[in-house]
Write a protein that binds this ligand. Structure first.
Ligand code: C2E
Ligand code: CA
Ligand code: CA
Ligand code: CA
Length: 277
């Protein structure tokens, strides 16, 4: 980067050239990885703050490449830039729906969340894809939750409202993810057909040490209660944090305290075991 601006031919410096090559080669590896089944979904339990019982899960994608398990932070941005997020997102949706169907067959009534990127969200095909996935899996509508972020909504609120409405008409549910970190325009809460808010981990992390974080969490919880929205507290790691949250009223908890994201078989073992806190 220090070479930027040195001359007008900055794009052709060896350094940037190498960087571009790495990116392109990672991109083609990811493309092949998607085709060859290198993606995995892990599932993180979402539990009730009072009983500790498993209420649902969030599906989180991983890439198993050359013996390594790569976290989404390392390839989702690349997938978004390159457009690979569309096949990746379709794989996530189909695979998640398949799991949710298996739980349905086993008699569990769980909600399963998947994360949506803005590229998928503006894709005209999303509504059709969701319908096709429901038809193909026989999954009861209303089991899948789409996690969306404020930055995603901000881009085009009218369009967002339209697509959410169409998905909701066929049973789609929505959580506003990372709540509190974006612009948090309260207009979203009014205009969008949301089912719940996920309070960002940064507020939960500081809940013991910082009175402001605590006040913000309390305010979000009471707002959600008034609007009849579910609350999921993200990133709950300690029993002290859980204690503070339990004092604020019933909610859902997600975090390492209950369980990290785990492979499907491990999640099923947790389900059979009953509770997770
Ligand atoms: P996110 O949606 O906010 O997901 C929660 C992240 O917090 C996950 O990281 C999870 O492993 C982590 N986490 C959960 N509990 C705790 C905790 O107690 N402490 C800490 N420190 N972390 C915790 P992960 O799996 O690495 O995912 C990172 C991000 O990648 C996600 O953030 C989401 O934005 C994105 N992502 C993951 N899977 C998908 C996907 O299938 N599609 C899309 N578009 N994005 C995805
Ligand atoms: Ca999420
Ligand atoms: Ca989140
Ligand atoms: Ca996040």
């Amino acid at each position: 980067a220090k070479q930027l601006g040195r001359n007008n031919y900055q794009f052709f410096t060896p350094e940037l050239d190498a960087q571009a090559h790495r990116r392109i080669s990672l991109e083609s590896k990811l493309r092949r990885g998607i085709e060859q089944g290198e993606l995995e979904l892990h599932f993180q339990p979402v539990v009730s703050s009072g009983s500790g019982k498993i209420h649902g899960a969030e599906a989180l994608v991983r890439w198993r490449h050359e013996g390594e398990l790569i976290a989404p932070g390392e390839f989702i941005p690349l997938a978004e830039e390159s457009g690979l997020i569309l096949p990746l997102g379709e794989w996530v949706l189909r695979t998640a729906a398949g799991r949710a169907r298996a739980w349905q067959d086993a008699g569990y009534r769980l909600g399963l969340s998947i994360n949506l990127s803005s590229r998928q969200f503006t894709d005209q095909e999303l509504v059709k894809l969701y319908l096709a996935v429901l038809a193909d899996t026989g999954l009861e509508p209303g089991r899948l939750y789409f996690e969306i972020t404020e930055s995603l909504l901000m881009k085009e609120i009218d369009r967002a409202q339209h697509i959410l409405g169409a998905l909701r008409d066929i049973g789609g549910k929505f959580y506003l993810d990372d709540f509190g970190t974006g612009y948090s325009s309260l207009a979203y809460l009014k205009r969008l057909p949301l089912d719940g808010l996920k309070i960002d981990r940064s507020f939960i992390r500081d809940i013991e040490s910082d009175a402001d974080s605590r006040a913000i969490v309390e305010a979000i919880v009471s707002l959600a209660q008034t609007l009849h929205l579910a609350i999921v507290a993200e990133g709950v790691e300690t029993t002290e944090q859980l204690g503070f949250l339990q004092g604020m009223g019933p909610m859902l908890i997600q975090g390492y305290l209950a369980s990290p994201p785990v492979p499907a078989e491990r999640f099923d073992a947790l389900l059979r075991q009953g509770d997770s806190l």
